[in-house]
Design a protein around this ligand. Structure first.
Ligand code: PAF
Length: 278
Protein backbone atom coordinates (compact mmCIF):
# COMPACT_ATOMS: atom_id res chain seq x y z
CA UNK A 1 0.00 0.00 0.00
CA UNK A 2 1.22 3.51 -0.82
CA UNK A 3 1.78 6.22 1.78
CA UNK A 4 -0.87 8.89 2.07
CA UNK A 5 0.03 12.56 2.53
CA UNK A 6 -0.96 12.15 6.20
CA UNK A 7 1.45 9.18 6.61
CA UNK A 8 4.29 11.26 5.19
CA UNK A 9 3.46 14.22 7.40
CA UNK A 10 3.25 11.96 10.46
CA UNK A 11 6.74 10.66 9.69
CA UNK A 12 7.93 14.28 9.81
CA UNK A 13 8.62 14.50 6.07
CA UNK A 14 8.50 17.92 4.42
CA UNK A 15 6.29 17.67 1.33
CA UNK A 16 7.05 19.74 -1.77
CA UNK A 17 4.35 19.92 -4.43
CA UNK A 18 4.45 20.75 -8.14
CA UNK A 19 0.98 20.96 -9.71
CA UNK A 20 0.98 20.65 -13.51
CA UNK A 21 -1.25 19.88 -16.45
CA UNK A 22 1.36 17.51 -17.82
CA UNK A 23 3.09 17.33 -21.19
CA UNK A 24 6.16 18.07 -19.12
CA UNK A 25 9.00 20.24 -20.36
CA UNK A 26 12.09 21.73 -18.76
CA UNK A 27 9.99 24.55 -17.26
CA UNK A 28 7.98 22.04 -15.18
CA UNK A 29 11.08 20.04 -14.32
CA UNK A 30 12.84 23.16 -13.01
CA UNK A 31 9.92 23.45 -10.55
CA UNK A 32 10.71 19.94 -9.36
CA UNK A 33 14.30 21.05 -8.67
CA UNK A 34 12.99 24.00 -6.63
CA UNK A 35 10.64 21.72 -4.68
CA UNK A 36 13.45 19.22 -4.07
CA UNK A 37 15.71 21.94 -2.57
CA UNK A 38 13.00 22.73 -0.02
CA UNK A 39 11.52 19.36 0.88
CA UNK A 40 12.12 15.64 1.57
CA UNK A 41 9.38 14.29 -0.67
CA UNK A 42 8.33 15.75 -4.04
CA UNK A 43 4.79 15.15 -5.24
CA UNK A 44 3.73 16.22 -8.72
CA UNK A 45 0.17 16.26 -10.01
CA UNK A 46 -0.74 15.88 -13.66
CA UNK A 47 -4.30 16.94 -14.31
CA UNK A 48 -5.76 18.89 -17.22
CA UNK A 49 -8.32 20.80 -15.21
CA UNK A 50 -11.48 21.34 -17.29
CA UNK A 51 -12.86 24.19 -15.16
CA UNK A 52 -10.01 26.54 -16.10
CA UNK A 53 -10.75 26.27 -19.84
CA UNK A 54 -13.41 28.53 -21.30
CA UNK A 55 -15.87 27.53 -24.01
CA UNK A 56 -14.06 27.28 -27.37
CA UNK A 57 -10.63 27.02 -25.71
CA UNK A 58 -8.20 24.14 -26.23
CA UNK A 59 -9.33 21.66 -23.52
CA UNK A 60 -9.85 18.81 -25.97
CA UNK A 61 -6.66 19.29 -27.92
CA UNK A 62 -4.45 20.23 -24.93
CA UNK A 63 -1.35 18.00 -25.38
CA UNK A 64 -1.33 14.89 -23.20
CA UNK A 65 1.17 12.03 -22.90
CA UNK A 66 1.08 10.43 -19.49
CA UNK A 67 3.68 7.70 -20.10
CA UNK A 68 6.17 10.32 -21.29
CA UNK A 69 5.30 12.44 -18.21
CA UNK A 70 5.79 9.47 -15.87
CA UNK A 71 9.23 8.84 -17.33
CA UNK A 72 10.33 12.49 -17.20
CA UNK A 73 9.02 12.96 -13.66
CA UNK A 74 10.76 9.81 -12.40
CA UNK A 75 14.05 10.77 -14.10
CA UNK A 76 13.91 14.16 -12.38
CA UNK A 77 13.33 12.59 -8.97
CA UNK A 78 9.60 13.07 -8.41
CA UNK A 79 8.63 10.66 -5.60
CA UNK A 80 4.90 10.47 -6.22
CA UNK A 81 2.88 11.34 -9.31
CA UNK A 82 -0.78 12.11 -8.65
CA UNK A 83 -2.93 11.69 -11.76
CA UNK A 84 -6.57 12.09 -10.75
CA UNK A 85 -9.54 11.66 -13.07
CA UNK A 86 -12.29 14.19 -13.79
CA UNK A 87 -14.73 12.04 -11.81
CA UNK A 88 -12.44 12.08 -8.77
CA UNK A 89 -11.85 15.83 -8.89
CA UNK A 90 -15.34 16.91 -9.92
CA UNK A 91 -17.90 14.27 -8.95
CA UNK A 92 -21.43 15.10 -10.07
CA UNK A 93 -22.37 16.62 -6.73
CA UNK A 94 -19.45 19.11 -6.81
CA UNK A 95 -20.81 22.63 -6.19
CA UNK A 96 -18.02 24.61 -4.53
CA UNK A 97 -15.64 27.01 -6.26
CA UNK A 98 -12.97 29.45 -5.15
CA UNK A 99 -12.95 32.90 -6.73
CA UNK A 100 -10.79 35.95 -6.08
CA UNK A 101 -12.23 39.41 -6.66
CA UNK A 102 -10.53 42.07 -8.78
CA UNK A 103 -7.24 40.44 -9.72
CA UNK A 104 -9.03 37.48 -11.42
CA UNK A 105 -10.85 39.82 -13.78
CA UNK A 106 -8.01 41.90 -15.23
CA UNK A 107 -5.43 41.01 -17.92
CA UNK A 108 -5.83 37.25 -18.52
CA UNK A 109 -9.17 37.46 -16.72
CA UNK A 110 -10.52 39.94 -19.31
CA UNK A 111 -9.86 37.46 -22.09
CA UNK A 112 -10.54 34.28 -20.09
CA UNK A 113 -13.29 35.32 -17.64
CA UNK A 114 -13.70 31.96 -15.86
CA UNK A 115 -10.06 30.87 -16.02
CA UNK A 116 -8.83 31.89 -12.58
CA UNK A 117 -11.95 30.59 -10.84
CA UNK A 118 -11.04 27.17 -12.27
CA UNK A 119 -7.36 27.56 -11.35
CA UNK A 120 -8.01 28.71 -7.78
CA UNK A 121 -10.56 25.93 -7.24
CA UNK A 122 -8.36 23.10 -8.49
CA UNK A 123 -5.28 24.37 -6.67
CA UNK A 124 -7.25 24.67 -3.41
CA UNK A 125 -8.53 21.10 -3.88
CA UNK A 126 -5.04 19.80 -4.69
CA UNK A 127 -3.59 21.55 -1.62
CA UNK A 128 -6.22 19.85 0.56
CA UNK A 129 -5.47 16.43 -0.95
CA UNK A 130 -1.66 16.62 -1.19
CA UNK A 131 -1.21 18.65 2.03
CA UNK A 132 2.12 20.14 0.92
CA UNK A 133 4.37 22.28 3.10
CA UNK A 134 5.72 24.01 -0.02
CA UNK A 135 4.18 24.38 -3.49
CA UNK A 136 6.10 25.62 -6.52
CA UNK A 137 4.63 27.55 -9.45
CA UNK A 138 6.28 29.14 -12.50
CA UNK A 139 6.71 32.87 -13.01
CA UNK A 140 5.71 32.26 -16.66
CA UNK A 141 2.07 32.40 -15.46
CA UNK A 142 2.74 35.49 -13.35
CA UNK A 143 -0.89 36.38 -12.71
CA UNK A 144 -1.69 32.79 -11.72
CA UNK A 145 1.26 32.76 -9.30
CA UNK A 146 0.08 36.05 -7.77
CA UNK A 147 -3.49 34.73 -7.43
CA UNK A 148 -2.42 31.49 -5.79
CA UNK A 149 -0.20 33.29 -3.30
CA UNK A 150 -3.08 35.65 -2.53
CA UNK A 151 -5.55 32.77 -2.18
CA UNK A 152 -3.19 30.90 0.16
CA UNK A 153 -2.93 34.01 2.35
CA UNK A 154 -6.60 34.99 2.23
CA UNK A 155 -7.85 31.47 2.96
CA UNK A 156 -5.12 30.65 5.49
CA UNK A 157 -3.66 27.67 3.65
CA UNK A 158 -0.71 26.37 5.63
CA UNK A 159 1.57 26.17 2.60
CA UNK A 160 4.56 28.21 1.44
CA UNK A 161 4.20 29.36 -2.17
CA UNK A 162 7.44 29.51 -4.15
CA UNK A 163 7.61 31.09 -7.59
CA UNK A 164 10.41 29.84 -9.85
CA UNK A 165 11.95 31.79 -12.76
CA UNK A 166 10.81 31.42 -16.37
CA UNK A 167 12.76 28.85 -18.39
CA UNK A 168 13.45 29.99 -21.96
CA UNK A 169 14.70 28.45 -25.18
CA UNK A 170 18.05 29.78 -26.38
CA UNK A 171 16.30 32.33 -28.58
CA UNK A 172 14.24 33.61 -25.65
CA UNK A 173 10.90 31.89 -26.24
CA UNK A 174 9.42 30.97 -22.86
CA UNK A 175 8.78 27.23 -22.53
CA UNK A 176 5.09 26.33 -22.66
CA UNK A 177 3.19 23.13 -23.42
CA UNK A 178 1.25 25.20 -25.97
CA UNK A 179 4.40 25.92 -28.04
CA UNK A 180 3.78 22.56 -29.78
CA UNK A 181 0.78 24.13 -31.53
CA UNK A 182 3.01 26.66 -33.37
CA UNK A 183 3.90 26.16 -37.02
CA UNK A 184 7.63 26.60 -37.79
CA UNK A 185 6.91 30.14 -39.08
CA UNK A 186 4.85 31.05 -36.00
CA UNK A 187 7.52 29.52 -33.75
CA UNK A 188 10.10 31.82 -35.37
CA UNK A 189 7.91 34.88 -35.05
CA UNK A 190 7.04 34.11 -31.43
CA UNK A 191 10.55 35.07 -30.30
CA UNK A 192 9.43 38.68 -30.74
CA UNK A 193 7.67 38.42 -27.37
CA UNK A 194 10.97 38.09 -25.54
CA UNK A 195 12.57 40.79 -27.66
CA UNK A 196 9.69 43.17 -26.93
CA UNK A 197 10.14 42.54 -23.19
CA UNK A 198 13.89 43.14 -23.49
CA UNK A 199 13.12 46.42 -25.28
CA UNK A 200 10.83 47.40 -22.39
CA UNK A 201 13.54 46.42 -19.93
CA UNK A 202 16.13 48.64 -21.61
CA UNK A 203 13.73 51.59 -21.99
CA UNK A 204 12.75 51.52 -18.31
CA UNK A 205 16.33 50.92 -17.16
CA UNK A 206 17.32 53.86 -19.37
CA UNK A 207 14.98 56.19 -17.48
CA UNK A 208 11.71 56.06 -19.44
CA UNK A 209 8.93 56.59 -16.89
CA UNK A 210 5.91 56.84 -19.24
CA UNK A 211 4.80 53.24 -19.77
CA UNK A 212 2.57 54.26 -22.69
CA UNK A 213 5.78 55.08 -24.57
CA UNK A 214 7.26 51.71 -23.63
CA UNK A 215 4.05 50.01 -24.82
CA UNK A 216 4.23 51.93 -28.13
CA UNK A 217 7.80 50.72 -28.67
CA UNK A 218 6.74 47.14 -27.97
CA UNK A 219 3.71 47.35 -30.28
CA UNK A 220 5.89 48.76 -33.03
CA UNK A 221 8.39 45.92 -32.65
CA UNK A 222 5.80 43.13 -32.47
CA UNK A 223 3.81 44.41 -35.43
CA UNK A 224 6.85 45.04 -37.61
CA UNK A 225 8.43 41.64 -36.93
CA UNK A 226 5.45 39.29 -36.73
CA UNK A 227 1.83 38.68 -37.67
CA UNK A 228 1.00 38.30 -33.96
CA UNK A 229 -2.31 39.77 -32.79
CA UNK A 230 -1.88 41.47 -29.42
CA UNK A 231 -4.48 40.85 -26.72
CA UNK A 232 -2.67 43.11 -24.26
CA UNK A 233 0.61 44.69 -23.28
CA UNK A 234 0.27 45.78 -19.67
CA UNK A 235 2.34 46.98 -16.78
CA UNK A 236 1.51 46.26 -13.16
CA UNK A 237 2.87 46.93 -9.71
CA UNK A 238 4.18 43.44 -8.84
CA UNK A 239 3.16 43.91 -5.19
CA UNK A 240 -0.59 44.22 -5.90
CA UNK A 241 -1.00 43.49 -9.62
CA UNK A 242 -2.67 46.90 -10.11
CA UNK A 243 -2.24 48.31 -13.63
CA UNK A 244 0.06 51.33 -13.90
CA UNK A 245 0.95 53.79 -16.65
CA UNK A 246 3.88 55.54 -14.93
CA UNK A 247 6.80 53.98 -13.08
CA UNK A 248 6.29 56.57 -10.31
CA UNK A 249 8.06 55.63 -7.10
CA UNK A 250 8.26 51.91 -7.92
CA UNK A 251 11.65 50.21 -8.09
CA UNK A 252 10.27 47.36 -10.22
CA UNK A 253 7.46 47.06 -12.75
CA UNK A 254 6.08 43.82 -14.17
CA UNK A 255 5.49 43.92 -17.95
CA UNK A 256 3.03 41.33 -19.30
CA UNK A 257 2.16 40.44 -22.88
CA UNK A 258 -0.41 38.16 -24.51
CA UNK A 259 -0.18 37.67 -28.26
CA UNK A 260 -1.91 35.27 -30.64
CA UNK A 261 0.14 33.60 -33.34
CA UNK A 262 -2.38 31.95 -35.63
CA UNK A 263 -4.63 29.97 -33.28
CA UNK A 264 -2.05 29.82 -30.50
CA UNK A 265 -2.20 32.31 -27.69
CA UNK A 266 1.11 32.89 -25.88
CA UNK A 267 1.80 34.87 -22.72
CA UNK A 268 5.09 36.10 -21.33
CA UNK A 269 6.32 38.62 -18.78
CA UNK A 270 9.41 40.27 -17.36
CA UNK A 271 10.22 42.15 -14.19
CA UNK A 272 11.69 45.52 -15.20
CA UNK A 273 14.09 47.33 -12.91
CA UNK A 274 13.32 51.05 -12.79
CA UNK A 275 16.29 53.45 -13.02
CA UNK A 276 17.07 54.90 -9.63
CA UNK A 277 17.17 58.70 -10.07
CA UNK A 278 18.22 59.48 -6.47
O1 PAF B 1 -0.15 26.15 -14.46
C1 PAF B 1 -0.79 25.09 -14.63
O2 PAF B 1 -0.30 24.15 -15.22
C2 PAF B 1 -2.20 24.98 -14.10
O3 PAF B 1 -2.88 26.18 -14.21
C3 PAF B 1 -2.28 24.44 -12.66
C4 PAF B 1 -1.60 25.36 -11.66
C5 PAF B 1 -1.62 23.06 -12.59
C6 PAF B 1 -3.74 24.29 -12.23
O4 PAF B 1 -4.43 23.43 -13.08
Amino acid sequence: MQDTADDLRLRGKKIGFVPTMGYLHEGHLSLVDEARKRSDIVIMSVYVNPTQFGRGEDLDKYPRDISRDEKKAAERGVDYLFVPTDKEMYPEEHLSFVELDNVSHVLEGEFRPTHFKGVATIVAKLFNIVKPHVAVFGQKDAQQAFIIRKMARDLNFDVEIVVAPIVREEDGLALSSRNVYLSPEERNQATVLFRSLKLAESMVAGGETALSKVRSGMIQLISSESDGKMDYISFVDPACFGKIEETGSLTEVLALVAVRFGRTRLIDNMLLRVRDET
